[in-house]
Design a protein around this ligand. Structure first.
Ligand code: NAD
Length: 531
């Protein structure tokens, strides 16, 4: 392609246009363009760079006859109609993690502000006071920093905290040991992090499992006098419980950038003398804004020049013929990955994917991507999609081993997905019987034949009479309709696995009751209906 044309319709750094021009692109920098002008001229452009202002909706995309790529400088793509873009074959890219350093630095500022009570001392001086005694602080050196979540931001915080001489411990069930070791961070069960941390900082996504993670019960298990930082998501913290913890002195102080509701109406919390509050600005810096502008421009250059796809949010990079061949297996792959992520109890350092039967002759890369997408999404990694699944694995030092085998397994096609670490493996196998009929055919080598519906109850139990009846009765008594009940076992009275497909989701309290049954060794509710 000669001289591709790029329109920048939002306020990106002016240097971004220069970068594009230096790369031989015709860049039109028009941050103040009106909607009607945009609709009129978009047909001339190969690429469109935006932030959050420009609405890249269906009417705009309908006029975009030559458009090949939309680049969002930043993470959120709420202003872009992804379905329409995908249907039109327009690639959409973003720049997730462009503000990780900013968020990590803000976290450090919060840690220091908590240790030295800088906002409180400043406000006291502004009232004419000079109170050295009241503002005696503590050092970070030698203190234990507990991190919940050791992803992009948590990792950057750990490096900075180590430089301050802090001992860093973390809870993150989805990060390999080696990744943490390289950061000089000790991975521990969440209980121990609560019990040992002098400072606790949250860096995990908001999900069903993490909502209200900091609550009365978890606060009770924390070290007295703990200092809490939340620069992740507001709803991770139960704010009334935090206020109670602060009131009892169990929590010495808290620094919050994010709130259950934003802007926060909770003046009791924000105005508390031991709370430091900022208005969701951890990721907002000039550098982060600049960086995402240059990053997205470079991604667009690499895509239009060399076909390199990075941080795409809507696209599968294979030919349409290859795509048609693998499309029926994508859902099977995603469900197997998601199921395994939800029932696995091991820390993953390697994912083995093996294809059998008809699949051996296909370009199965997209199926592997959907397996990883399902797996990582179930681990709470929000930003994963089909395109970035492999790079997310690499970032986390998780090795992906794809193989195919011509061994006859009794099915026309079969996918085996295995999670491994140094000493443990867990795996599931599934097959597509005919259009849309997805079957789970084994778990950890125990043969089964279960549909892969939207809601499953997964049970590991000691094979003994009565277990099925008890579980069935409990589900029935709670109005949960059973669509199918499948059992498999290693040997009589040995380890058994039960998979129950239900018509609706199983409530948490019912799951706890099932987990408490003496014969049940492990039970998990699995949702396979999310995209
Ligand atoms: P990330 O996906 O790189 O890392 C999240 C980590 O949390 C992953 O390593 C994952 O394995 C781990 N995790 C998932 N579920 C967990 C659980 N139940 N317990 C413990 N660990 C779990 O994300 P990131 O970019 O580091 O972002 C971290 C958080 O910061 C997110 O909530 C994000 O929305 C938030 N954020 C806030 C701002 C701000 O301005 N305040 C800016 C950027 C990001």
């Amino acid at each position: 392609m000669t001289n591709p044309k790029v329109l920048i319709s939002d306020n990106l750094s002016a240097g971004v246009a220069d970068l594009l021009r230096d790369a031989g692109f015709a860049a039109d920098f028009r941050p103040d363009i009106s909607r009607s002008e945009l609709l009129n001229c978009i047909g001339n452009f190969d690429a469109l760079l935006v932030r959050s202002k420009t609405q890249v909706d269906a009417p705009l995309l309908a006029c975009a006859r030559s458009l090949k790529v939309v680049g969002r400088a930043g993470a959120g793509v709420d202003n872009i109609d992804l379905d329409t873009a995908t249907r039109k074959g327009i690639l959409v890219m973003n720049t997730p993690g462009g503000n990780s350093i900013s968020a990590a630095e803000h976290t450090m500022a919060m840690l220091l502000a908590l240790a030295r009570r800088i906002p409180q001392a400043d406000s006291s001086m502004k009232q004419g006071e000079w109170d050295k005694k009241r503002f005696e602080g503590i050092e970070l050196l030698g203190k234990v920093l507990g991190l919940l979540g050791l992803g992009k931001i948590g990792s950057e915080v750990s490096k900075r905290a180590r430089a301050f001489g802090m001992k860093v411990i973390a809870y993150d069930p989805y990060i390999p040991e080696k990744y943490a070791r390289d950061l000089e961070v000790q991975l521990l069960p969440v209980e121990e992090v609560f019990a040992r941390a002098d400072f606790l900082s949250l860096h995990l996504p908001l999900a069903e499992a993490t909502q209200g993670l900091i609550n009365d019960e978890t606060i009770a298990r924390m070290k007295p006098g703990i200092r809490l930082v939340n620069c992740a998501r507001g709803a991770l913290v139960d704010e009334p419980a935090l206020l109670r913890g602060l009131g009892q002195g169990k929590i010495a102080a808290a620094a919050l950038d994010v709130f259950q509701q934003e802007p926060s109406p909770n003046q009791e919390l924000v105005g508390h003398p031991n709370v430091i509050a900022t208005p969701h600005i951890a990721g907002s810096t000039q550098e982060a804004q600049e960086k995402v502008g240059f990053e997205i421009a470079q991604q667009v250059i690499d895509y239009l020049r060399a076909g390199v796809v990075r941080n795409a949010v809507n696209f599968i990079s294979i030919s349409s013929r290859e795509f048609e061949q693998v499309a029926p297996y994508l859902e099977l792959g995603e469900k197997l990955g998601s199921l395994l992520g939800q029932i696995s109890r091991i820390r993953v350092s390697e994912v083995g994917i093996r294809y059998y039967g008809d699949l051996t002759s296909l370009n199965y890369k997209p199926i592997s991507s959907s397996i990883l997408k399902g797996l990582f999404q179930s681990m709470g990694i929000e930003s994963v999609n089909m395109i970035n699944a492999f790079s997310q694995a690499k970032e986390r030092q998780i090795l992906i081993v794809e193989t195919s085998s011509s061994r006859e397994r009794g099915f026309k096609n079969l996918i085996s997905v295995q999670l491994r670490n140094e000493s443990q493996t867990e795996w599931v196998e599934g097959a597509l019987l005919h259009r849309g009929n997805l079957r789970l055919i084994s778990v950890d080598g125990i043969g089964l034949d279960s549909p892969l519906g939207s809601f499953l109850l997964f049970i590991r139990n000691q094979d003994q009479p009565g277990v099925i009846g008890q579980v069935g009765t409990m589900l029935g008594n709670n109005g949960i309709n059973i669509a199918s009940f499948t059992l498999g076992r290693h040997e009589e009275r040995g380890e058994a696995i039960g998979v129950v497909n239900t018509d609706s989701a199983i409530p948490a309290d019912l799951l706890r009751k099932i987990q408490a049954l003496p014969a049940v060794q492990f039970a998990a509710r699995v949702r396979l209906d999310r995209k």
